[in-house]
Design a protein around this ligand. Structure first.
Ligand code: GLU
Length: 505
């Protein structure tokens, strides 16, 4: 407050620079969880400050385009609630929002030519053969890579030569002209100040021979012309960032805040691969994960709130998301942890929403007219992902084979012998019973136990075992009988008796 009184103009200036972030996926296929995390952080940074979240489709690499990939992007944003304030479907005055459409406006060529005029870029007419001869093998990120270290050959072409080549329609690219001496420094929010020798900066291509800009050029032009204030992306772009910063400086533009995120790996510290089965958002949904849980979990892969808590709604994330708390340690995708979190989301769901999502699994598993809502209520607090339902409820459909030893329970003090006695006792009671509601059955068995002086568990354990054939069930004996109905319940009790008699000789 004091600060505000003393420096109102500073406060005003801060308010005027409205935060604008952009999510800039390339439509190349599935939505990798790493990409989704980038989008999430961009979204949260913008929303935390009441800023604008922009969607930009980066389709300059025409060879890598995959049909339907833009739909995947839109579906993912929709399902995760990352609704762009501006984007291809919502013009906010900074369009077009698709790079191939931006290219048609001539924007990239215009700025490339501006750089040529400033001596910061140049036409390059070198053919394939010449470039091949410049290829070198280098070690980068622990991998051996083949790169072309361009030798500035075309920088020495005279204006006449350039014009003659252009007039003759000779194919060309436009390259950045980086100095060979001195250093370039830039700042990343996670990695701090990074300084590189300019001699390490290759003269990267800005405009390709097909007229499209490279990502390397387009990201700078677009982020600037779309007024982007904060850029979040994978740290594979960190090594190119000095070149981007040089472009900003050449134009005299302000460099955005850079936040380069570390890779998300599997438990073995390897890049998440398609084989792991959970590397893309839609894979996770197919496996029965809830979008909100995935969003919650992915946000915590590299960011932690001040308090020691893990479950956050989107509103809470928006409120708490301070990007200074993003950390640069490797983020390990722990599917077990996500399963746990998903289970918490399922528990917290309202019943009808849960039922809608559980229904397909219940319908596939239970075909004999069982009360699906009742079964759904039993499993809701017990599953971690929806497909868990199938195995948990299949005994309602068919009584599985089971070992008579299952009737033995230390805590309940039951044995196969005691169980046989109880089952034989209760069979006529259950035959005479008309009301098969849980409550009525419970009263019936309770009074039987009371009369005999048995503990409840001593009676319920054998009945539950006979009714389910399972060690663990999502509900107690009488709830199970209720779903099974009279006929099936009696049949299973009789099967239990026969099984025990056979086992006990
Ligand atoms: N199109 C780039 C990608 O999908 C985006 C990188 C960035 O956010 O600048 O990897």
């Amino acid at each position: 407050m004091l600060f505000y009184l003393i420096c109102p103009e500073i406060v005003r200036e801060k308010r005027m620079t409205k935060i604008r972030t952009r999510y800039a996926p390339s439509p190349t296929g599935r939505m990798h969880v790493g990409n989704l995390r980038t989008g999430l952080y961009e979204y949260l940074i913008a929303k935390h400050e009441n800023g604008t979240f922009v969607l930009r489709i980066e389709d300059t690499d025409q060879e890598r385009q995959v049909e339907g990939a833009v739909d995947i992007i839109n579906r993912t944003l929709d399902k995760t609630g990352l609704i762009p304030d501006e984007g291809p479907d919502k013009d906010g005055g900074y369009g077009p929002y698709v790079q191939s459409k931006r290219m048609k406006t001539g924007i990239y060529m215009k700025y490339a030519k501006e750089l040529i005029d400033k001596g910061e870029a140049y036409y390059c007419f070198c053919d394939k053969e010449r470039l091949e001869s410049l290829r070198r093998t280098i070690e980068m990120d622990g991998e051996t890579k083949e790169i072309t270290v361009y030798d500035k050959h075309c920088l020495s072409l005279s204006q006449e030569e350039i014009e003659a080549n252009l007039a003759a329609g000779k194919p060309f690219v436009i390259r950045q002209n980086n100095p060979t001496e001195g250093t370039t420094t830039f700042h990343d929010e996670l990695y701090g100040d990074i300084t590189v020798d300019n001699s390490e900066l290759d003269d990267m291509i800005l405009i390709k021979s097909d007229g499209y800009p490279t990502y390397n050029f387009a990201n700078v032009v677009d982020d600037h012309t779309m007024n982007i204030t904060h850029v979040v992306r994978g740290n594979e772009y960190l090594s190119s960032s000095p070149k981007y910063v040089r472009l900003y400086e050449a134009f005299g533009w302000q460099v955005p805040v850079y936040i380069h995120l570390p890779l998300i790996t599997d438990e073995n510290h390897k890049k998440l691969s398609k084989r792991s089965g959970h590397s893309s958002f839609e894979d996770l949904l197919d496996q029965g994960f809830v979008a909100e849980a995935v969003v919650n979990y992915i946000t915590l892969l590299g960011w932690s709130p001040e308090e020691n808590r893990e479950i956050f709604s989107m509103e809470e994330l928006i409120e708490k998301f301070d990007y200074h708390r993003i950390n640069k340690s490797l983020s390990v995708f722990d599917i077990g942890k996500l399963r746990w979190m998903n289970g918490e989301y399922i528990k917290a769901m309202d019943f009808d929403t849960f039922f809608e999502q559980a229904k397909p699994y219940l319908e596939a598993a239970l075909t004999k007219g069982q009360d699906l809502r009742k079964v759904a209520a039993m499993v809701k607090t017990r599953i971690e992902v929806f497909p868990d339902i199938t195995e948990m409820v299949d005994f309602f459909e068919t009584l599985p084979e089971y070992d008579p030893e299952m009737y033995r329970h230390k805590k309940m003090k039951t044995t196969p012998e005691s169980s046989l006695t109880v089952l034989k006792d209760v069979l006529p009671l259950l035959e005479a019973q008309e009301d098969y509601s849980n409550d009525a059955l419970y009263q019936l068995l309770l009074s039987y136990a009371g009369e005999k002086g048995y503990k409840n568990g001593y009676v319920m354990w054998p009945i539950r075992t006979a009714a389910s054939g399972k060690q663990t069930t999502p509900a107690g004996a009488t709830e199970i009988l209720e779903v099974l109905g009279k006929e099936e319940s009696l049949s299973r009790i009789r099967t239990g008796i026969a099984k025990l008699e056979a086992a006990l000789g």
